[in-house]
Design a protein around this ligand. Structure first.
Ligand SMILES: [Ca+2]
Length: 104
């Protein structure tokens, strides 16, 4: 994460998943609204191979921290949640205030 300090963009934080694995593709999709960021990891395997997931990070006075991990909540192998449409190259993540939409 970079932050504009009035004259330059400076590194504010490096976001990592608390259970990161090499093939999760963390960061494949991202969405930001104010102090909330959602990061997709379509290669995550929690609900089946390639089921995918999305991580919610929130920035407060202490900086950025992971608030939640969103998963498919069932058996969804190859759903690639948190990824993007393979044919339209569209990002399939969006966040606005307290609501997050994640493509499955
Ligand atoms: Ca996992």
């Amino acid at each position: 994460m970079y932050k504009f300090n009035g004259s330059d963009w400076v590194i504010d934080a490096r976001l990592t998943a608390d259970d990161a694995a090499a093939t999760d593709l963390f960061g494949y999709g991202v969405a930001i609204d104010g102090n909330t960021v959602v990061v997709g990891a379509p290669g995550d395997d929690d609900d089946g191979s390639g089921s995918g997931s999305a991580y919610v990070f929130v920035r407060d006075a202490n900086g950025w921290s992971q608030q939640a991990k969103l998963t498919a909540g069932g058996s969804y192998a190859n759903a690639l949640m948190g990824g993007r449409s393979p044919s339209k190259a569209m990002w399939w993540l969006s966040v606005r205030r307290t609501t997050t939409m994640v493509r499955m």
